[in-house]
Design a binder for this molecule. Structure first.
Ligand code: SF4
Length: 287
């Protein structure tokens, strides 16, 4: 099986991403986010481990690239805690930076700043996920990921070094982080040009973790998801009208602050003001 593969090979009706490739240096992720979707289809997901024969396979596949965007990573985070010592993502970036591709990093980690030198060698953009600017809430939702304040500093550092950054305010969970006015204002003030958002989509295992982390909120969310919500693509979603309302508010906040906006896996293309995943920043950088 190829390491670098087509993103969204199933062509989900919810996904509006432009064509791109995807690559995960690791299987699994130890940030252990309660809402994680990948844990529902990858066994032992929170036991993070490197892909087998990673570097040799990547060398071979990277040599065949023809200018595509490679998104790193969509079913894990390229900077799990073990990466600080393992340096595997760093070596992978060194290989990709010498090949013919554009690089999109998706992470919650501050460690990405370590690799700014390599990101500067190829057209690159970073999508930093900052679900909330409330450190206490983030600790419940994303127990092993860096605190939001640290992630905001990471955004500032990347932008200062010339790496364009989008921020994923993602997922939006009613009663938890659905009023991100202060966060969006902060993002605009530090030079972020694009915000991507989506709403929380329930799978049985992520709901179990969420309910354990925030039992009182979970009780209040039950009718919104399980009575008024809808099923799509194997997930339980909020009702389309509520998703539209929540995401339209974030779109309003982003555009009022001169940032582009896109929704992720919602099928609400009418809300996008640019390529939903922020990959337009790659083209903007090349001009
Ligand atoms: S960082 Fe992403 S892949 Fe890792 S646990 Fe959190 S949601 Fe899952």
């Amino acid at each position: 099986m190829a390491l670098i593969s087509r993103f969204d090979p199933w062509r989900s009706s919810l996904c509006t991403c432009p064509p791109k490739l995807t690559f995960n240096p690791y299987t699994g992720c130890d940030h252990s986010c309660v809402y994680c979707y990948a844990s529902s289809y990858i066994p032992r997901f929170f036991e993070c481990r490197p892909k087998s024969d990673l570097l040799r396979r990547l060398q071979r596949e990277a040599a065949t690239l023809k200018g595509e965007t490679v998104s790193i990573a969509n079913s894990s985070d390229p900077y799990p805690r073990i990466e600080a010592e393992a340096l595997l993502t760093r070596v992978c970036l060194a290989i990709l930076a010498q090949s013919n591709c554009r690089i999109q990093i998706i992470t919650k980690s501050t460690l990405v700043t370590r690799d700014i030198d390599l990101l500067g060698k190829a057209p690159s953009t970073v999508a930093l996920t900052i679900t909330t600017d409330d450190g206490d809430v983030a600790r419940l939702l994303e127990p092993n990921a860096p605190a939001p304040a640290e992630r905001l500093k990471t955004v500032e550092t990347l932008i200062a070094k010339g790496i364009p950054v989008s921020v994923r305010v993602d997922p939006i969970i009613p009663l938890v982080n659905d009023k991100p006015e202060r966060l969006i204002g902060t993002l605009a003030s530090i030079g972020v040009k694009h915000v991507t958002a989506s709403t929380y989509k329930i799978k049985p295992d992520n709901w179990q973790r969420f309910s354990a982390a925030m039992p009182q909120v979970a009780e209040k969310l039950k009718p919104l998801y399980f009575e008024q919500g809808e099923k799509k693509g194997g997930y339980t979603l909020l009702h389309a009208n509520l998703r539209l309302k929540l995401l339209s508010n974030i779109r309003r906040l982003a555009t009022a602050n001169d940032m582009k906006f896109g929704v992720c896996r919602e099928g609400l293309t009418q809300l996008n003001t640019a390529a939903c995943d922020g990959s337009w920043l790659l083209a903007a950088k090349q001009r």
